[in-house]
Design a protein around this ligand. Structure first.
Ligand code: ZN
Length: 308
């Protein structure tokens, strides 16, 4: 049985699954810049961070691949010719190489730290343009080609599933989910939501559930919004969906391009919130920006065995 089959069985049995916490902010906290993901320059640091999440009790660890896509690199230039003219020589192939390296680091961390537990590797993929700006989304045709390219690399590198995260529209989530399925990977889909629990397009999570469920995502979640906003989103999700729902809020404040750390949600308070989310019906709980292995450790110790 693969690591992900075991997770899927637990979800089917109504058990709680713990997702890991933040990668980007945790790299900052460890005194590295997040700018180039550090998968090739400091592989030991990234692998070590994944290991910390595995040891803390995460059942699913996510790769350090947020917005790691050819488009994100190309967006800095006038066009592809300009990128080739003035850009670093490896930009055309960098996204694919970094995606592959990032999946390998997460797999190595599992091998070192799982100690016989089933831990699945989720390839993290987000919107092709900025996750808080659905108005910038490319055409569906462009999305389809670009997501397919990313999902194929993730599949070849050995990801167990795709975590489509911080999605801001039903249309882009649907195309991403279809691309993951075509690449042969199970998919969890997570949306960023506002304080009313709505997508940033104004679409409702109930509509998102109706649009996505026929495509068979294993879990639908909300993430990268404050705990109260994600709680509102979770309420909408649980009311609309038959299958597993989940959430992983951020804590702290966004200070572009990085994050300000605050002490509003130390691990014990985060666990308190998480108990409420489990009671509301969440079956996957983790942490987004600002959360640490200590937060995930608190969830794993405090929540396992407590769900209905
Ligand atoms: Zn986040």
């Amino acid at each position: 049985m693969s690591a992900y089959d075991a997770i899927r069985e637990r979800l089917a049995a109504g058990e709680l699954v713990i997702l890991d916490g933040a990668i980007g902010t945790e790299i900052l906290r460890r005194d590295l810049s997040w700018a180039d993901h550090q998968v090739l320059r400091h592989p030991d640091k990234i692998r070590g961070l994944h290991e910390d999440y595995v040891r803390a009790g995460a059942d699913v660890v996510t790769t350090n691949t947020f917005q790691l896509a050819r488009r994100s690199l190309l967006n800095h230039f006038r066009d592809r010719a300009h990128m080739r003219h003035v850009g670093a020589p490896d930009l055309d192939t960098r996204a694919d190489r970094f995606l592959t390296a990032a999946v390998e680091l997460a797999r190595e961390a599992r091998d070192r730290a799982a100690a016989g537990r089933s831990v699945a590797i989720a390839g993290a993929v987000t919107t092709l343009e900025w996750c808080f700006r659905p108005d910038l989304a490319p055409s569906e045709e462009e999305m389809r080609a670009e997501y397919r390219e990313i999902m194929d690399v993730m599949a070849r590198a050995g990801a167990d599933l795709i975590l489509l995260e911080t999605m801001n529209s039903i249309a882009e989530a649907r195309v991403g989910l279809e691309a993951a399925t075509e690449a042969g990977l199970p998919c969890w889909t997570s949306f960023v939501c506002d304080e009313r629990g709505r997508l940033f397009t104004g679409e409702s999570l109930a509509d998102a559930v109706r649009a996505l469920e026929p495509l068979g995502p294993d879990v639908i979640m909300v993430n990268c919004a404050p705990p109260a906003d994600c709680t509102a989103g979770l309420r909408e999700l649980v009311a609309a969906r038959r299958g597993p729902c989940g959430l992983y809020p951020h804590i702290g404040r966004f200070d572009p391009p990085e994050w300000l750390f605050t002490d509003e949600y130390p691990p014990p308070r985060y666990l308190q919130e998480a108990r409420r989310w489990a009671e509301m019906g969440a079956r996957v709980i983790g942490g987004c920006c600002g959360t640490t292995p200590d937060h995930i450790g608190a969830l794993a110790r405090g929540l396992h065995g407590e769900q209905a």
